[in-house]
Design a protein around this ligand. Structure first.
Ligand code: SF4
Ligand code: SF4
Length: 375
């Protein structure tokens, strides 16, 4: 597969500046030579996502419905209230795909399950939606398997490439800000500080989850020691040493903060949600398996007699809420640290802001001030 230069520079720029929205025009796209029976794939209008989806579908004849998601990637947009049931229904009804296909079946990205309620899309516009694989690259195999996901397709992978991408996403703004802050006072420190930010970002994403607890403290201590060694080798005096150690500690604090799950290795935000525990009411469960279908960490196992699920891997849960949002029986919910049940509707209604805190999204789409808790 060849990658054009114009695509390559956009990939690099959008990876480095992933923290800001990068919208593309919502509407209908086509890949290959799709016809009235070709599959329909829905995604958000983040430019990088749409271009990657087009690349992943090369060799497949398909329609792509790009729904408005505020120019944000699917997982963040769905968790933050920018890609919702309403956006998907609106896109399916207005983009013109209904005039081009005879069926009414659409594949949603699995990671949209935190914000798009599949059964509500069907109820509101007549389209039957399924959550496809977690990664667009698996779509050709998914279609070849007659729309069946393998276990590997359901799990979010965080391999070396994804880790380096996230390192780049955090290194670019922190390195730039540090270099810009130092430039007017100590121009000679700009490049070492930018280099330090980049090195710490790469170290964080490649190895942070392999550091034993307490990770944040050990990582911060490592950053401070590294800064002290570098300043000493460079012949800096006491003020430079103190500044270097402080910069290392601040950098470590900024980088290890779990901004709404950008570091899935931490398993949830730094707010009270990190102590929430997913619980199943077996009496309500009737074995629809929507939870099993959308869980990005494969926490569930199917049981057949009686037909229901079991939360087999509690420790994997990152508290994304996808299973709670999708369960038609409200059989799944979170319990807070005191064991109080947080009703599923609270999870459906409250969205994550950038810092990973649940707040109510106002009708205008701006974040309200009300905070989620037990009701
Ligand atoms: S917990 Fe809910 S979504 Fe999961 S199998 Fe039971 S009823 Fe279905
Ligand atoms: S079990 Fe945890 S990780 Fe899996 S979908 Fe539910 S909240 Fe998300």
């Amino acid at each position: 597969m060849s990658l054009r230069w114009s695509d390559l520079w956009r990939d690099v720029a959008q990876t480095a500046l992933r923290l800001v929205p990068w919208p593309t025009e919502p509407g209908l796209r086509s890949v290959g030579d799709p016809g009235p029976e070709s599959p329909v794939v829905v995604t958000g209008n983040y430019d990088l996502t749409v271009r990657r989806l087009v690349r992943a579908l090369r060799g497949v004849d398909a329609w792509i419905v790009v729904a408005a998601s505020g120019g944000i990637n699917v997982w963040c947009a769905a968790s933050g209230g920018h890609l919702t049931t309403h956006q998907v229904v609106a896109a399916l009804k207005t983009c013109g795909v209904e005039e081009r296909v005879r069926h009414r079946r659409a594949v949603l990205p699995q990671l949209a399950a935190t914000g798009v309620i599949g059964r509500d899309v069907s109820r509101r516009c007549g389209w039957k939606v399924r959550f496809g694989p977690a990664r667009a690259d698996d779509l050709p195999e998914y279609f070849a398997n007659r729309d069946q996901k393998t276990d590997a397709m359901r799990r979010v992978r965080f391999g070396v490439v994804e880790r380096l991408e996230m390192a780049c996403t955090w290194a670019a703004p922190t390195a730039f800000l540090l270099a810009a802050a130092a430039a007017p006072f100590r121009p000679g420190w700009s490049i070492p500080l930018a280099g330090g930010a980049t090195a710490l970002s790469v170290a964080l994403f490649l190895g942070y989850d392999r550091i034993p607890a307490p990770r944040r403290t050990l990582f911060a201590a490592g950053a401070a020691i590294l800064a002290a060694v570098c300043v000493t080798l460079a012949g800096g005096g006491a003020p430079a040493l103190a500044t270097g150690v402080a910069a290392g500690l601040v950098l470590a604090a900024v980088l290890t903060y779990d901004y709404s799950g950008t570091t899935p290795i931490e398993g949830g935000s730094h707010f009270e949600e990190r102590r929430w525990r997913i619980v199943l009411d077996p009496e309500r469960c009737d074995g629809v398996f929507s939870c099993w279908e959308v869980c990005p960490e494969a926490c569930f196992e199917k049981r057949q007699d009686p037909r229901r699920v079991e939360i087999a891997y509690h420790e994997r849960c990152v508290r994304c809420g996808a299973c709670v949002v999708q369960c038609p029986k409200d059989a799944l919910s979170f319990n807070d640290a005191d064991g109080r049940r947080i009703e599923p509707d609270v999870i459906r209604r409250f969205k994550l802001n950038l810092l990973g805190k649940r707040v109510v999204a106002s009708p205008q789409g701006k974040q309200g001030q009300e905070e989620a808790g037990t009701r």
